[in-house]
Design a protein around this ligand. Sequence first.
Ligand code: C5P
Length: 208
Amino acid sequence: MIIAIDGPAASGKGTLARRIAGHFGYQCLDTGLLYRAVAHDMLSRNISLEDTQAAEWAARSLDPARLDDPSLRLPGVGNAASVVARMPGVRAALLDLQRNFAAQEPGAVLDGRDIGTVVCPEADAKLFITAAVEVRARRRYDELIGRGEPVTYEGVLDEIRRRDQRDAGRAEAPMAVAADAMLLDTTNLAIEAAFDAAVGLIKRKIGQ
Ligand code: C5P
């Protein structure tokens, strides 16, 4: 069983993916962390984010055990991730890891931008999670302030807008709604209601 969850930055898809995986007893992979790990590796070695060869090398030598590093979640790393995520060689290097993860029994939940379209086009259920950009920015701002990060609401909003544009506009595996994806707009939904709605849609789709 494969559940694909895509959506723009700060749409809450990561939280939903983890909770959905817990509900069904599946493993969960936040694929954004893979691109963040590549970018973080480049940043920490002072390598230009435009250096395609170095980015591909970082992607090929990525250590999945390091994906729980909290510094991967910093806002600057998300932005840098969307720069290296444009590179076809980087995406190709991360594909097997994602598909192997998806193949495990009894099931897997993967969240990202291209899960339903490129990584797992055969997924049993596909969700595309959206929310108004101002609402996404507000949620991300509150989360970052709660962690003591020195951010402004306008800065977060601007960063999310630029990242969404880059992710949707790139040539390789752009963020897109798969033809058979179910849309869930969480603009007016708290996390509990969004979770209930997501589980309802998935159950209907997989016939449970
Ligand atoms: O989901 P998250 O915000 O952590 O992703 C960071 C960046 O990684 C995204 O902005 C996007 O550029 C890239 N990404 C991607 N494909 C995925 C997941 C993330 O290109 N499946």
